[in-house]
Ligand binder design. Structure first.
Ligand code: SAH
Ligand code: SF4
Ligand code: F3S
Length: 445
């Protein structure tokens, strides 16, 4: 291989979503093949890669601060190469190299195969950037090197990019258009993980429900790839994320219901409870449509948990729109939610066409109302689990107390219980006795 090195060390730091976590594992694999071994100790590394997120301004601010703090390290070791990769690299391109911060190379999410080459040139002070987006790159043939793994659960990227163009969102610009990965390579990766002792895979993509693969005259859509992975072994749990409400089909729900090892949890970002705001967001569904989808989930899979994402204070949002978000939450009884203040992102449709006119303090007030409502709903959802028995996949010892083990139930709720004679990777039945704000506590029966 060209650009091969001997005995160099790479340190990778990951920010942002599950896609980035999975991408860092692909990057590790590519760099391994080029002669770099992964280290957890930044001060012994020859190359530092920061895998970045652009979703909100504060995600980028974090990276700027991190780069500032790396100045000292670079001063001590001028040969150290520092690269910014991922979504912020894609968005800001040359700006990162032109800053007075220690950035030697820049690579966007579709150019990771060129990282050995970019590093080689960066060491010689040239050609240090590749942010070309691809229409077909899926890294399908690359076997990820699992980083920070518990040896039990792993992500498998099944599609990349997003075609949805929600008006607030930067992802389509930094991740490019949707493309799906060859189903055979997905099944093979899941089989290999299972044979290495993994017991849970999460199929991930910005928009997994629009997974689509065509081969001659056969078509594989999301329910089919999900089923193929579920059929590998009943002991392999399968999860997926993220679903767009407009693509959540009854076929998918029936497939989930038919296989015990497909976990009964759907992350279904609603963003807003107001149809008017949803239209401005270009979400392509209404409040009623979303409610119908939720009712259908609960009809076909009564035990399914549902989580969501919510944005407070989008352009033109009135108090009445906000009340509609609260009332939808109350109706939906979400088990969990990620909640954000709207943050205008340069270049998005909302930034170009709509005015970011909700004052900061109102955004904050609304966000706080959303958070306190969700806290109540989350507590209610956990309380309802007390007295029930769940099958838990053991992921390891609890971070808080070493005498406890931690795992999740099918609904994706974290459950801790006294360890006894149980190993990680095993399934145990746990009777839920108590709940805290984040966890269920029980005992093995
Ligand atoms: N593809 C996924 C996740 C996208 S990013 C999806 O469609 O749901 C995760 C979440 O960040 C989004 O669901 C949204 O709630 C939030 N988000 C995205 N852009 C944002 C912005 N400009 N301001 C505030 N929150 C945003
Ligand atoms: Fe962003 Fe919308 Fe795509 Fe999600 S579906 S990544 S929110 S554009
Ligand atoms: Fe952030 Fe990129 Fe994920 S912008 S949320 S890391 S796809």
């Amino acid at each position: 291989m060209k650009f091969q090195v001997k005995e160099k060390k790479i340190y990778i730091e990951t920010y942002g979503c599950q896609m980035n976590i999975a991408d860092s594992e692909i990057v590790a694999s590519i760099m391994n093949a080029a002669g770099y071994s992964v280290t957890g100790n930044i001060s012994e590394s020859d190359l530092v890669l920061i895998n970045t997120c652009s979703i909100r301004e504060n995600a980028e601010q974090k990276i700027w601060n991190r780069l500032k703090s790396l100045k000292a390290l670079k001063k001590r070791n001028p040969d150290l190469m520092i690269g910014v990769i991922g979504c912020m690299a894609e968005r800001l391109k040359e700006t990162l190299l032109e800053s007075n911060l220690p950035v030697d190379l820049v690579a966007g999410p579709d150019s990771y195969r060129t990282l050995p080459e970019l590093t080689f040139h960066a060491e010689r002070g040239q050609n240090r950037i590749n942010t070309i987006l691809s229409e077909d790159e899926t890294y399908a043939d690359i076997e990820p090197v699992r980083l920070d793994s518990n040896g039990v659960s792993a992500f498998i990227t099944i599609m990349r990019g997003c075609n949805n163009m929600c008006s607030y969102c930067v992802v389509p610009f930094v991740r490019g258009i949707e493309r799906s990965r060859d189903p055979e390579s997905i099944v093979k990766e899941a089989e290999q993980l299972f044979s290495k002792g993994y017991r849970e895979v999460t199929l991930i993509g910005q928009n997994v429900n629009s997974y689509y693969w065509e081969d001659g005259n056969s078509v594989v859509k999301f329910p089919q790839i999900l089923e193929r992975v579920a059929l590998i072994n009943p002991l392999l749990r399968v999860r997926f994320s993220t679903s767009h409400p407009k693509d959540l089909s009854d076929e998918l729900l029936n497939t989930m219901a038919a296989h015990k090892n497909i976990c009964k949890h759907i992350h279904l970002p609603v963003q807003s409870g107001s149809t008017r705001i949803l239209k401005l967001m270009n979400r392509q569904y209404t409040r009623d449509w979303y409610m119908e989808r939720l009712a259908t989930i609960r009809r076909i899979i009564p035990e399914c948990s549902i989580s969501t994402d919510i944005i407070a204070g989008f352009c033109t949002e009135t108090e009445e729109d906000h009340r509609e978000t609260l009332s939808l939450m109350e109706w939906a009884e979400f088990d969990f939610a990620y909640m954000f203040k709207y943050n205008e992102r340069p270049g998005t449709r909302a930034a170009r066409n709509l005015k970011d006119d909700v004052p900061e303090e109102i955004k904050l007030k609304r966000l706080n109302e959303i958070i306190s409502l969700q806290n109540r709903l989350s507590a209610k959802s956990k309380k309802a689990d007390i007295g029930k028995i769940y099958e838990i996949l053991v992921e390891g010892t609890s971070k808080r107390s070493p005498e406890y083990l931690s795992g999740r139930n099918s609904q994706n709720k974290v459950v801790v219980f006294p360890s006894g004679n149980i190993q990680k990777g095993e399934y145990v039945n746990v009777l839920i006795e108590k709940s805290t704000s984040a966890t269920l506590i029980g005992k093995v029966i």
